[in-house]
Design a protein around this ligand. Structure first.
Ligand code: SF4
Ligand code: SF4
Ligand code: F3S
Length: 267
């Protein structure tokens, strides 16, 4: 039988925490192992690769040369620009240089996670490393924003599988995110929504409303402003998601969420 060439993927890591990789490897539908071993040719991923060091960097160089115009570039992490990008180096070079080099021959770019899509936590004010999104640095290519901190595992595999199966990027919303996964607000699919509609709100985290599972809007839930699939897909094979664990959504898939007072402060 004719064997179809698997789509080549290069996966870079910039200024980030690697939580997006951690999320990806927990995808159960499809299994991340199936994606990596049978559906794509993941030629470079510095955190998942068995090889390391100079041989791996040389392999990356060869792939960029030999597969130019054919590979998908997945990027996890923001891009620090301060002091010529020295705050994140990979293989001894500033990440921004590696990114530019790899982006040239990419057929499409996936920004995995809110770091790549919007700059992320390290871009929080006053952003000492001047970290920016991937799309602030590269342009002229189709770019898919798969935001979230991290994105849902099945969203991560779903996006790359869409490209592997159809050879094109999925339909995007006006912020560049796949409509299929970012078309609804958390608030639209929330199982606590009847409490919101009835005016039954948690006022403090240990009150009776909290124990009864009422709406978390008054304790800071950003579900009404946040587009993501957590309410319907949930996390870890449909197990749970922030709201189900008793805390409001912090809007982790939205641009600039880290500066929106969603974290606790010592007062
Ligand atoms: Fe980590 Fe969040 Fe950035 Fe992903 S988006 S690398 S989980 S900080
Ligand atoms: Fe909306 Fe949040 Fe209340 Fe759910 S908990 S209904 S997302 S405000
Ligand atoms: Fe993030 Fe909100 Fe989902 S914080 S994980 S978008 S419920």
């Amino acid at each position: 039988a004719e064997t179809k060439e698997l789509p080549t993927v290069i996966w870079l890591h910039g200024h980030e925490c690697t939580g997006c990789d951690e999320s990806f490897i927990r995808s159960s539908s499809p299994f991340a192992s199936d994606v990596i071993l049978n559906m794509i040719a993941l030629e470079y991923d510095d955190t998942l690769a068995a090889a390391a060091g100079a041989p791996l960097e040389e392999h990356l160089h060869n792939i960029i040369q030999n597969k130019s115009g054919k590979y998908i570039l997945a990027v996890e992490g923001g891009v620090p620009l301060e002091e010529n990008g020295i705050y994140c180096t990979v293989g001894g070079r500033p990440f921004v240089e590696v990114l530019k080099e790899c982006a040239k021959g990419a057929v499409a770019i996936i920004e995995y996670g809110s770091c790549a899509a919007w700059g992320g936590i390290q871009a929080a004010k006053p952003n000492p490393t001047n970290t920016v999104s991937v799309s602030s640095i590269v342009s002229g290519k189709p770019i898919i924003k798969v935001s979230g901190c991290p994105p849902i595992p099945e969203v991560m595999t779903g996006v790359i599988m869409h490209y592997a199966l159809f050879g094109q990027i999925p339909p995007l919303d006006n912020q560049g995110r796949p409509k299929q996964f970012y078309g609804n607000r958390i608030h639209d699919t929330c199982y606590r929504r009847p409490f919101f509609d009835s005016g039954l709100f948690v006022e403090e985290f240990d009150d009776a409303g909290s124990k009864a599972g009422w709406c978390l809007y008054k304790v800071g839930c950003r579900g009404p402003q946040t587009y993501n699939s957590c309410g319907n897909l949930r996390w870890w094979n449909g197990l749970s998601y922030p709201i189900q664990s008793g805390h409001g959504c912090i809007g982790c898939s939205e641009k600039g969420f880290w500066d929106n007072d969603v974290f606790y402060k010592r007062i």
